[in-house]
Design a protein around this ligand. Structure first.
Ligand code: SF4
Length: 181
C-alpha cells in the first residue's frame, strides 16, 4: 500500500516517518495547510517541514497556494470551524493522492492529543470513499512526546498554536487570562 500523508507541519511528521520507515511502508508527505495564519507562520512551518522531509530523505509535495480569503470565508460560515478545516485539508490530500497514484492517504494530525481524532477519522473515511481511496487511520498519539523531544534535540521550529487566527487568539487570550489571575 502506498500512503500519502497530509503533513500539518514538520514536527508532527517525525513519528509517522519513524514508524513508516521501520515498517518499510511506501509513503510520501504533502504540506497542504491553507488554515495556517498569518502567512509568515505558514512559511515558517513550511520551512521546517522541508527540513524534516529532506533530512529524512522522504519524498514530499507542497501545495503552494495560500487562499486566505476563500478559507476564512468558508470557515466563518461553517458551524464547526475545525470540521471545515479538517475537511478542506483532507480533501486536498485525497486529490493529490489520486493525482500521484497513491492507494491511501492519512494525516500527521493523528499524532496530536489536542486534535479531534474521531472527527478526523470520520471525515477521512468519507473523503476516502468519495475518491476511491483508503483512509489510513492509525493512532499516532503515543509518538507525540517523541516528536516534541526530537524537535528540541534538532532545534526545529515548534508552533505555539494550532494554526488559524482563531486558535492564535485563543492561545494568547488564555495565557493573558492566566497572567491576570
Ligand atoms: S483550531 Fe486548528 S484544527 Fe481548528 S480550525 Fe483552527 S487550525 Fe483548524
Amino acid at each position: 500500500m502506498k500512503i500519502l500523508y497530509h503533513a500539518c507541519c514538520g514536527v508532527c511528521s517525525l513519528y509517522p516517518i519513524k514508524l513508516m520507515r521501520e515498517e518499510e511502508i511506501d509513503f510520501a508527505l504533502y504540506y497542504a495547510n491553507p488554515n495556517i495564519h498569518p502567512y509568515q507562520e505558514w512559511k515558517e512551518r513550511k520551512k521546517t517541514f522541508v527540513t524534516v522531509a529532506e533530512s529524512n530523505r522522504v519524498p514530499y509535495f507542497i501545495d503552494k497556494e495560500y487562499p486566505l480569503e476563500r478559507f476564512l470565508k468558508e470557515q466563518l460560515t461553517h458551524e464547526n470551524r475545525c470540521a471545515y478545516c479538517y475537511r478542506s485539508r483532507l480533501t486536498l490530500a485525497a486529490k493529490k493522492a489520486v493525482e500521484e497514484g497513491y492507494d491511501a492517504f492519512s494525516t500527521t494530525l493523528l499524532i496530536s492529543p489536542y486534535q479531534n481524532r474521531e472527527l478526523i477519522v470520520a471525515t477521512g473515511g468519507e473523503i476516502a470513499k468519495e475518491h476511491g481511496l483508503e483512509f489510513y487511520d492509525r493512532d499516532f498519539r503515543e509518538g507525540f512526546q517523541y516528536a516534541q523531544d526530537t524537535s528540541v534535540e534538532q532545534g526545529l521550529y515548534r508552533q505555539k498554536y494550532c494554526g488559524c487566527i482563531f486558535s492564535e487568539r485563543d492561545r494568547y487570550q488564555k495565557r493573558k487570562k492566566k497572567q491576570d489571575e
